[in-house]
Design a protein. Sequence first.
Length: 504
Amino acid sequence: MRVLFVYPDIGGVEHYGARKYYHGIGYIAAVLKRAGHTASLLYLMQEPEREAFLAQVRAQAPAVVAFSATTHQYPAVEQCAAWLKEAMPEVFLIAGGTHPTLAPEMVARSPALDALCVGEGELPLLELVERLEQGKDVSGIENLWVRRPDGWRRNPLRPLIQSLDELPFADREIFDFDAILAANAGWVDMMAGRGCPYRCSYCCNPGLQERYRGLGRYVRYRSVENILAETEALAERYPVRVLNFQDDTFTLDRKWTLAFCEAYAARFRFPFWINTRVERILDDEELVRALARAGCAGVRIGLESGNEHMRREVLKRGMTNEEIRRAFRLLRRYGLKVYTCNMLGLPGETPEMIEETIALNRELAPDDLQFSVFYPYPMTELYDRVVREGLLKGERTLWGYYSPESVLELPTLTPAQLAEKYRRFERLKAELHLRRRHPWRYRLRRVALAMLGGDEERLQGVLDFVRGRKRGKIRGQLKGILPKLWTFLCIMIHIGGMWEISAI
């Protein structure tokens, strides 16, 4: 049977510079193909247009269209499903992924969907396709909510897949993986396991742990040998340059991590990146040394906020700023790069708290950083809080994950203040890039900033003036600066190339 996956990633390519690989679809496609079915993919990079979308679907002639939906991208799923149900009513439509799992009742409001998948999709999708192919009733499949004439049949969850090694390697061809690697310099996304035991208030994992209670271990790892076998298979087929592990906390199981490092170092020379938490590497020199010797090039760490009260009481992350500093020092001692993840626009956050996050990042000087405006996802503690406090702005849709706007009405932070702090993060990112790549230019920038009393907006005005932007307005801003100082600054900026800071 022919199955077409539809993966909306509107705005994603514009932000990341390349299409993403999504393991959820990759694993389900691999299971379907192993059973003899056909799987293809329609990757939506822009807001869909009705006729173009329908033409692309018709060209694939699917019996089943399976939408993968995140909360941000779900409006596109709802619209496309409506078009398909009207134009091709014979096609079975199902939605799965993060959003249907977190908010099935919300997704069930769509009149176009025939079913939705809650939780792991490999086995229920295979069972659905095979029953459809055989003309059998599909209404009783575990993990699926199936539409019937008298309403939705909400089937119970099946046990979690305990042995991930039993799954085939995730299918890469469905995503045109050669093109993805060509666009992202050979970075290959990998998953070593599933699940996270932590209870961060902004994350869905605590809710999923409760939903799956009694259905098997929530946190599961593939065997080291299984991961190495997939790495070998990928290296034989693709021009792999870097492995990029996407697990929430790669070093969660210390014994497993050490075994992986030893086995990986004996067989491969590809550098790899991981995600981890401060608590899982703090003062553990043996573990960090093993990662470095195995070829770990860098670590992504969730800083989230520089304000310890916000991090501890609101986000439910207990590490202190001093512990973060110690973790950075240990990673740097062994030559690992560090990348921080940060949020702004959190419930109860003030402009001063955001400045603490910026200041901590400037002090730590990560090799790169990510920042995003907080978005309340269903089935999380913070979602319940913002609903309870009436902070949500109705049904507003933000397509991208990195919009500078918020869906919240925050009494402690105005939209203008949030936008200004977002720009401050953009300038910080550029500043840290300059500091790494051109240290002498960075020092010139610091001198210029000190001469302007630390006023970054004024420095930006100087940079714009030198580049010929908004001359009339900026001349007014510069009134009062001594002519000699002005000349000196212009010379410094031209020599130092500090216009790079305004390139974003």
